[in-house]
Design a protein around this ligand. Structure first.
Ligand code: HEC
Ligand code: HEC
Ligand code: HEC
Ligand code: HEC
Length: 483
C-alpha cells in the first residue's frame, strides 16, 4: 500500500524507493501559480449593487461581511485586519529581532499580510482583499457579470481570466495554502517563528469553521462538505509543504547563504522543544517511527494524509487511491541527521508531481459531479481509519507519540464527527472526540509566556490519548462487525 505506516487498515510493508526513472503523473491541477494580471483593490467590488449590499452574511454583501471589523474580537474576517496586525506589539517585536524597522513596509510580511501587487499601491492597507483569494480581477471584473461567464469551465476561468474558481475545493485550497503553508516566494521559517511569529499549521476544516472567522459564503450540502474538504485539505497542505521543502532544498544545494539547512520549521517542533521529563517516556507509550534524536519531517501534514489517500474514492468516487511512493521515499530521506539537499530536492520534485497527479484527479472528479451525495457512512469510515492510523497495528500503543501526528488524526476525526451530524446523530463518538480535544489542547499561556506549546504533554496525557483513539476506533467500527 502507500507506506504511510501504521494505517492499521493495511499491512505495514517496507517499500524500496522507486527508481528515478519511474514514470510520474503529468497531470497538474489548475490553480497553481499567480496569473499575470493586475490585482484590483477590494473597493472595485464594494458597490451596493455588487458585493457591498450591507446585509452581513447574505449574498451580494460579501464585501460588507469581509470588512465588518466593528465586530472585532468576536466574529470578523481576519483577512481584513491582516495588514493592521503588522503594527501591533507582536509585529514590532518580531521586527526588532529580525532587524526590520517597519514591518508594514517589509515585503517579507506584506506578501502574506496584504494582497501582493495590489493597485493602487495605497490599497495595501486593505489586508488580504478579494483579489487575494479570488484572483487578479483585471480581466474578469466585467466578464464575471455577464451571462456567458457561467458557461465557461473552471479551467478556462483560471487559465484565461486569472479567476480562482473557489467552488472547486482543489483550486480553493491551493490558494489558501500558498499563504497558510507558504510557497516558493513566501514562507514563515524558524527564524521568524523564534522571533515570535505564530507557527503556520493549516488544516482546512479547522480554519473555515474557526469560531472567530466570519466567512462570507456557504458550502452546501454541509454533510458531504467536511468529508471532501478534509480530504482535499490533506492533499493540498501536503503538496504545499513538499513544494516548500523542494524550494528550500534547491536553495541549500546552491549554497544560498540565507537558507538554513535543514530548515527547522519543517521539522517536528516537539522533538527539539519538549519540556524536561517528557522525552524519555515516549518510547514505551508509542511504537518508534523514527531513529532516536531525529525530528520527523512535516508530521503535521504527513501523518493523516495516508488516510485521505486510501479513502479518497469514498469522498471522490472514481478517483484511484494514489500510491504516494515518492513521498514515502522522501520521508525516509528526511530521517537522516543532515539529509543531502540535492537528493532531497530531486525526490521532493518527484513527490510534488505525484501529489499534483492526485490533486488533478480529485479536481476533475469535482468538476464533473460537484454536488453528488456520498455514501451515508463515508464519514464513519474516515473516522475509523483515522483512529486506526493513530494507533499501532495491534492497537496497544500510539503509532506516533508526536503531538503533531496526534493532532492531525484528531482534527480529521473531529471533521468527520461534525460531518456525521455530531452529538445527536452519533452520540457514542462524543466522549472520545471531545476528550481528545481536551487532551491535545494547549494549556493556557501563563503571564509572560510568549509562545503556545503543549508543555507537560507527557506519558499520562499520551496514554489517555491512546485510550481515546481506541474508544473512537471501537465506536466507529462497521455496525455488526466483530471487534
Ligand atoms: C507565508 C506567509 C506569511 C509571512 C511571510 C508572514 N506572515 Fe504573519 N501570519 C501569516 C498567517 C497565515 C498568520 C495567521 C496564523 C494562524 O493563525 O495560523 C499570521 C499571523 C501573524 C501574526 C499574529 C496575528 C494575530 O492576529 O495575532 C503576526 C503578529 C504576524 N503574522 C506578523 C508578521 C510579520 C511582522 C511578518 C514579517 C516579518 C509576517 N507576519 C510574515 C502569514 C505570514
Ligand atoms: C480568505 C479568502 C477570501 C477572501 C479574502 C475573499 N473571499 Fe470571497 N470567497 C472565498 C471562498 C473560499 C469562497 C467560496 C467559494 C467560491 O464561491 O468561490 C468565496 C465566495 C465568494 C462569493 C460567492 C458566495 C456564494 O455563496 O456563492 C462571492 C460573491 C465572494 N466570495 C466575494 C468576495 C469579495 C467581494 C471579497 C472582497 C471583499 C472576497 N470575496 C474576499 C474566499 C475569499
Ligand atoms: C494572501 C494570503 C492569504 C490567503 C490566500 C489566505 N489567508 Fe487566511 N490569513 C492570512 C493572514 C496573513 C492571516 C492572519 C491575519 C490576522 O491575524 O489578522 C490569516 C488568518 C486566517 C484565519 C484566522 C486564523 C486564526 O488563528 O485566528 C483563518 C481561519 C484563515 N486565515 C482562513 C483562510 C482560508 C480558509 C483561506 C482560503 C480560502 C485563506 N485563509 C487564504 C493570509 C491569507
Ligand atoms: C532541530 C531542532 C529544532 C526544531 C525542529 C525546532 N526548533 Fe525551535 N529552536 C531550536 C533552537 C536550537 C532554538 C534556539 C536558537 C534559535 O533561536 O534559533 C530554537 C528557538 C525557538 C524559539 C524561540 C524560543 C525563545 O525562547 O526565544 C521558538 C518560539 C521556537 N524555536 C519554536 C519552534 C517551533 C514552533 C518549531 C516547529 C515548527 C521549532 N521551533 C522547531 C531548535 C529547534
Amino acid at each position: 500500500m502507500i507506506g504511510m505506516g501504521g494505517s492499521g487498515l493495511f499491512k505495514r510493508v517496507e517499500i524500496p524507493p522507486p527508481p528515478d526513472n519511474t514514470p510520474l503523473p503529468t497531470a497538474k491541477p489548475y490553480g497553481i501559480g499567480k496569473p499575470p494580471y493586475a490585482m484590483l483593490s477590494s473597493e472595485s467590488c464594494a458597490s451596493a449593487a455588487c458585493h457591498g449590499g450591507g446585509q452581513l452574511d447574505t449574498a451580494r454583501s460579501e464585501f460588507s461581511t469581509w470588512s465588518s471589523t466593528a465586530f472585532l474580537g468576536t466574529l470578523y474576517d481576519p483577512h481584513a485586519t491582516a495588514y493592521r496586525v503588522l503594527f501591533n506589539a507582536d509585529s514590532v517585536r518580531i521586527g526588532k529581532l529580525m532587524g526590520i524597522k517597519e514591518p508594514h513596509k517589509e515585503q517579507l510580511c506584506l506578501k502574506c499580510h496584504s494582497t501582493e501587487g495590489i493597485q493602487p499601491a495605497e490599497a495595501v492597507s486593505e489586508g488580504v482583499g478579494c483579489a487575494g483569494c479570488h484572483g487578479p480581477a483585471e480581466k474578469w471584473i466585467s466578464a464575471h457579470t455577464l451571462p456567458e461567464w457561467k458557461s465557461l469551465s473552471n479551467e478556462t476561468k483560471f487559465n484565461d481570466y486569472g479567476f480562482i474558481p473557489g467552488k472547486n475545493l482543489v483550486a480553493r485550497m491551493l490558494n489558501c495554502t500558498s499563504c497558510h503553508v507558504g510557497d516558493g516566494d513566501r514562507e514563515v521559517n524558524h527564524d521568524l517563528i523564534a522571533a515570535g511569529h505564530p507557527r503556520l499549521s493549516f488544516e482546512y476544516t479547522k480554519f473555515q469553521f474557526n469560531p472567530k472567522y466570519r466567512h462570507h459564503w456557504d458550502d452546501l450540502p454541509e454533510y458531504d462538505f467536511e468529508v471532501r474538504a478534509w480530504t482535499v485539505g490533506q492533499a493540498a497542505t501536503l503538496r504545499a509543504a513538499t513544494d516548500l521543502l523542494r524550494v528550500r532544498a534547491e536553495r541549500a544545494a546552491a549554497d544560498d547563504p540565507k537558507t538554513p539547512w535543514p530548515e527547522f520549521s519543517g521539522l517536528s517542533c516537539y522533538a527539539c522543544h519538549q519540556s524536561v521529563g517528557t522525552g524519555e517516556v515516549s518510547r514505551d507509550s508509542a511504537s518508534p517511527k523514527r531513529p532516536l534524536g531525529v525530528p520527523g519531517w512535516e508530521l503535521w501534514s504527513n501523518s493523516a494524509a495516508g488516510v485521505a489517500a486510501n479513502l479518497c474514492p469514498e469522498a471522490f468516487p472514481g478517483v484511484t487511491p494514489p500510491q504516494l511512493r515518492e513521498l514515502a521515499a522522501l520521508r525516509k530521506l528526511m530521517q537522516k541527521q543532515r539529509p543531502d539537499p540535492k537528493a532531497v530536492a530531486s525526490r521532493a520534485r518527484r513527490a510534488v508531481a505525484e501529489l499534483d497527479g492526485w490533486l488533478a484527479a480529485i479536481q476533475a472528479a469535482e468538476d464533473k459531479a460537484p454536488t453528488k451525495r456520498l455514501a451515508p457512512d463515508a464519514s464513519r469510515k474516515f473516522a475509523h481509519a483515522l483512529a486506526a492510523n493513530a494507533l499501532s497495528p495491534d492497537r496497544t500503543k500510539l503509532a506516533d507519540y508526536d503531538w503533531d501526528a496526534l493532532a492531525a488524526n484528531y482534527l480529521g476525526a473531529a471533521a468527520m464527527y461534525h460531518a456525521s451530524g455530531g452529538k445527536k446523530a452519533v452520540p457514542t463518538w462524543t466522549d472520545p472526540v471531545r476528550g481528545l480535544m481536551a487532551d491535545l489542547e494547549f494549556p493556557k499561556r501563563k503571564p509572560g509566556e510568549r509562545f503556545d506549546s503543549p508543555a507537560g504533554f507527557g506519558k499520562t496525557a499520551r496514554d489517555r490519548v491512546r485510550d481515546r483513539f481506541r474508544d473512537l476506533y471501537d465506536v466507529t467500527a462497521e455496525p455488526g462487525a466483530k471487534p
